[in-house]
Design a protein around this ligand. Sequence first.
Ligand SMILES: Nc1ncnc2c1ncn2[C@@H]1O[C@H](COP(=O)(O)OP(=O)(O)OP(=O)(O)O)[C@@H](O)[C@H]1O
Length: 256
Amino acid sequence: MTVVVRGLDVALGGRPVLRGVSLDVPGGSWTAVIGPNGAGKSTLLRAVLGLLPSDGDVTVAGTDLGRLKPRQRARVVAYAPQNPNLPPGMTVFDYTLLGRSPYIPHLGREGARDRAIASDVLDRLDLTAFAGRPLDHLSGGERQRVVLARALAQQTSVLLLDEPTTALDIGHQQQVMELVDQLRLSDGLTVVTTIHDLTLAGQYADDLVLLSRGRVAAAGAPSDVLTREAVEEHFGARVHVSSGPGGRPVLSLERE
Ligand SMILES: Nc1ncnc2c1ncn2[C@@H]1O[C@H](COP(=O)(O)OP(=O)(O)OP(=O)(O)O)[C@@H](O)[C@H]1O
């Protein structure tokens, strides 16, 4: 499903946070939104979901998500927030099962298929051993994978991930990125993720969108967006950019 954003303006607390943002994410592709702290990346994901008042157009497969009921919306788009509220005491399995809520009839209970989907997702994220553990007894990286598990259990066509790898060790970063990529290829998932690791973003995404002070400063193929000049201008960092596998950019910091 294609995600299209046109001329998006969002103000928070009376201050403009996104200004004239446009974005095209073709169905089945992966776009990574990058940018410095406070640039508006999380705000963009929340506006796409229809969770924030905004001006401009946002459509997913031609539909304005803000007009859908939460249950309908949750069958189209899954969202893994950066700092979700996790109900203390709830088990990992029950939290993952919440991803099946949009498919469970009112006053009904989850069925065997819902439980099988939750188990499968936990298995694919290396979390089976934690299934019975309360959420407040997990490490930061384990919690982050559980939030992703819930989103994947929704089995939607569009996945919005806010910083999905920040708390993960390098092995679990690879596992999460590869899993999302496999789902994209096998099920045609459309993926939009914010991400701070620029090399990782460039390795997995088809397109990068560089947000800076609420505006799109650059967009396109990773090697076109991740230039030494752009990173210096927008992040204030001095980096060396080399060409990695497939011509994708690899960044390293330059020491004084
Ligand atoms: N509820 C709010 N009221 C006022 N300003 C807000 C509110 N929420 C966020 N902001 C501001 O909006 C700007 C964009 O925030 P956002 O969380 O989208 O940035 P981000 O690019 O995701 O940053 P980070 O990389 O630090 O996660 C920031 O300057 C932030 O302080």
